[in-house]
Design a protein around this ligand. Structure first.
Ligand SMILES: [Zn+2]
Ligand SMILES: [Zn+2]
Length: 84
């Protein structure tokens, strides 16, 4: 098992979830079918977001509606400020 995002191969921090492998080191999931990162870009804050998670862990958006340019500018400033 190997994390597609950070290259982690430590079985202590990789979790076999059936179709995906969860890496607790970087919180990304890797698909077993093609060994690609299973994260998708959040349409609101444009950060990488877990496809199966209810909320985006960066901007807390619970839907998949894209942000307007001014909304994106606002959330981007906030997230940059806290290091995302
Ligand atoms: Zn990882
Ligand atoms: Zn987001």
């Amino acid at each position: 098992m190997r994390c597609a995002n950070c290259g982690n191969e430590d079985p202590e921090t990789l979790w076999d979830e059936g179709e995906t492998i969860y890496c607790s080191s970087c919180t990304h999931r890797t698909r077993k079918t093609d060994y690609e990162d299973d994260s998708v870009q959040c349409p609101y804050c444009h950060r990488m977001r877990d496809k199966s998670a209810m909320y985006c862990r960066h901007c807390n958006a619970s839907d998949w509606n894209p942000s307007t340019p001014s909304e994106f500018e606002e959330i981007d400033n906030i997230l940059n400020g806290i290091g995302y």
